[in-house]
Design a protein around this ligand. Structure first.
Ligand SMILES: Cc1cc2nc3c(=O)[nH]c(=O)nc-3n(C[C@H](O)[C@H](O)[C@H](O)COP(=O)(O)O)c2cc1C
Length: 264
């Protein structure tokens, strides 16, 4: 509770950065905490109108789900993952682990360079126009309620935006493709074109942003393969319907729906 309010105070930003370095926050000196809080109060005042501020408010209003620290090693070689990757449209009835979910989201958009904020997938101008939503359905994820969540790369966690089970409606919006409802979860990749067009103009939206969604899709495929999960990237759906179902703002356009589940 105290930690939550402290994070609100610092605009949901500074502590996330410190935690992300792996430094235990309980070992911070009193002076450092005072300094962080002072800067934090200032940033909260400014940040109230920014994404950091919105995140902090959402953290209080919506349920946030922490995710395990991602692994950067595994027993599967990159070559084996590429060689065996397939679009898999049939899923088992077991739920995913929270570590599976964290690993998939990290592969898609996780921060891999804390200092510069760079992510697992490349981005034109490092402007990061993509937002990830997770529709948790049935069988879902162990210990995570059904509903819709937004991934926050900086804090590597999720904030719940809806407690409604929308997986059946998402299937209908994706031209009734069964795999969307059969999977444990669906990752919905949305784009905020303006983040990229501000620098690159129309080429940013017509080329760079969809290219970036492609990078995300491949990373999810390979991470799923490495964990023996099943996934497929889906591009056939009604854009507005999908956007409404995940509760994304009008300035975002969905580019991919990515069901993921265990293998049957
Ligand atoms: C941009 C894009 C859109 C796709 N849309 C769909 C889709 O709507 N439904 C589907 O079942 N598969 C979809 N796929 C998956 C392809 O059907 C699949 O990649 C292709 O059949 C090759 O099989 P593989 O992925 O197993 O190599 C899509 C793939 C891409 C790259």
């Amino acid at each position: 509770m105290v930690a939550t309010w402290l994070e609100v105070l610092v605009g949901g930003f500074l502590l996330e950065s410190v935690e992300g370095t792996g430094m235990p926050t309980d070992r911070l000196s009193r002076r450092t905490i005072v300094a962080l809080s002072a800067v934090g109060v200032l940033s909260a005042a400014v940040g109230i109108f920014t994404r950091a501020g919105t995140d902090a408010i959402q953290r209080v209003l919506g349920q946030s789900v922490t995710l395990p620290r991602p692994a950067t090693e595994s027993d599967t070689s990159l070559e084996a993952a590429i060689a065996n990757r397939r679009s898999r449209r049939e899923y088992g009835d077991q739920s995913l682990g929270r570590d599976d979910l964290g690993q998939l989201l990290w592969a898609a958009q996780g921060i891999t360079d804390r200092l510069r904020g760079h992510r697992a997938a490349p981005s034109a101008g490092a402007l990061y126009p993509l937002e990830l939503y997770v529709v948790v359905g049935d069988p879902g994820v162990e210990g995570v309620d059904t509903g819709v969540y937004r991934y926050r790369p900086r804090s590597h966690d999720l904030v719940q935006t809806s407690a409604e089970d929308v997986q059946a409606e998402l299937r209908a919006a994706a031209l009734d493709q069964d795999d969307v409802e059969d999977a444990a979860i669906d990752i919905v990749v949305c784009a905020v074109d303006e983040r990229t067009t501000g620098k690159y103009g129309e080429r940013g939206a017509s080329r760079y942003v969809p290219m970036e969604a492609g990078h995300v899709g491949e990373n999810v495929y390979l991470q799923a393969e490495s964990r023996s999960l099943a996934t497929v990237t889906i591009g056939a759906f009604e854009d507005e319907r999908v956007r409404d179902l995940v509760g994304a703002p009008a300035a975002q356009r969905p580019l991919y729906v990515i069901p993921v589940g265990t293998r049957p």
